[in-house]
Write a protein of this length. Structure first.
Length: 270
């Protein structure tokens, strides 16, 4: 289990680094034509703070022989499919491909996602509750992770609402949007599990996580601010420059499937 937790967290950290790097290159590549992308900046900040959290955690477990909890392994395994799907789509878009797939109608696996998420959260909460009392010795390391649970949960809410709103005019779903909507609650669950193990004394207090996790909080808050602003229509970004607001809801299925994604969030938050 120790090897699995270490490996998965190191891989996740590297994947987040690649998220941020590809987004930075895309911003530079399209800066003169498209201008500033607030979502792109927010995504870079999130990737380069959440990524180090997983990378540092994996290195500590692998190189220093630190403990690895079973819930940590479970939370990471469940987070991997959505993260890998989003990553592969982003790599495709970065190379000039579509960067998305259209999911027609409402297949059973899409309809089952809310129920599966509710079961998953219930299992984690019941498992934590059954472990008994927690201490406050590592509260400084646990607190930013608890804040990230709330922040990432709110981000996931807005992204999921966008997918639900777009389902009827599009006649289906954006795979990129669905994967992004799943990334944030599952990432929040990983931070919640980390906070639990910190408070229970399984994960020792260390300076690396203190720095990285506290930096993640303002980055996450800015990400939430940008996503909420795009969702409410109070901010503009690359998506709106690409498709006028009046025509956005009428975007055809062919467009969703065939056009390259030039922004790191096409068809997801606006």
């Amino acid at each position: 289990m120790i090897a699995a937790v270490a490996t998965l967290n190191i891989v996740l950290g590297l994947v987040y680094f690649q998220y941020g790097t590809m987004t930075a290159i895309e911003l530079r590549r399209n800066w003169r034509e498209m201008g500033l992308s607030r979502f792109g900046i927010a995504w870079i900040l999130m990737a380069f703070t959440c990524g180090p959290h997983h990378f540092v955690h994996g290195i500590h477990v692998a190189a220093e022989g630190r403990a690895a909890g079973g819930l940590d392994l479970l939370a990471t395994l469940i987070a991997v499919p959505a993260g890998v799907t989003w990553f592969l789509l982003r790599v495709e878009a970065f190379r000039g491909g579509r960067g998305d797939r259209f999911v027609p109608g409402s297949p059973a696996w899409v309809l089952a996602l809310p129920t599966l998420l509710a079961v998953y959260v219930t299992v984690i909460c019941m498992t934590i509750a059954a472990r008994g009392s927690l201490g406050a010795g590592a509260i400084a390391m646990a607190l930013p992770n608890l804040l990230l649970v709330v922040i990432y949960g709110c981000v996931g809410f807005y992204v999921a609402r966008t997918q639900i709103h777009n389902r009827r005019p599009l006649g289906g779903w954006s795979l990129s949007g669905l994967s992004l909507a799943a990334i944030f609650p599952t990432c929040g669950a990983m931070h919640g599990v980390f906070a639990f193990y910190a408070l229970s004394g399984v994960y020792a207090l260390d300076a690396h996580h203190l720095v990285v996790d506290w930096l993640s909080v303002p980055a996450g808050l800015y990400f939430l601010y940008v996503v909420r602003s795009l969702y409410r229509g109070s901010a503009t970004d690359w998506n709106r420059m690409r498709a006028p607001r009046a025509a956005k809801a009428q975007r055809s299925r062919a467009q969703l499937v065939d056009e390259p994604a030039i922004a790191p969030y096409s068809h997801t938050v606006v």
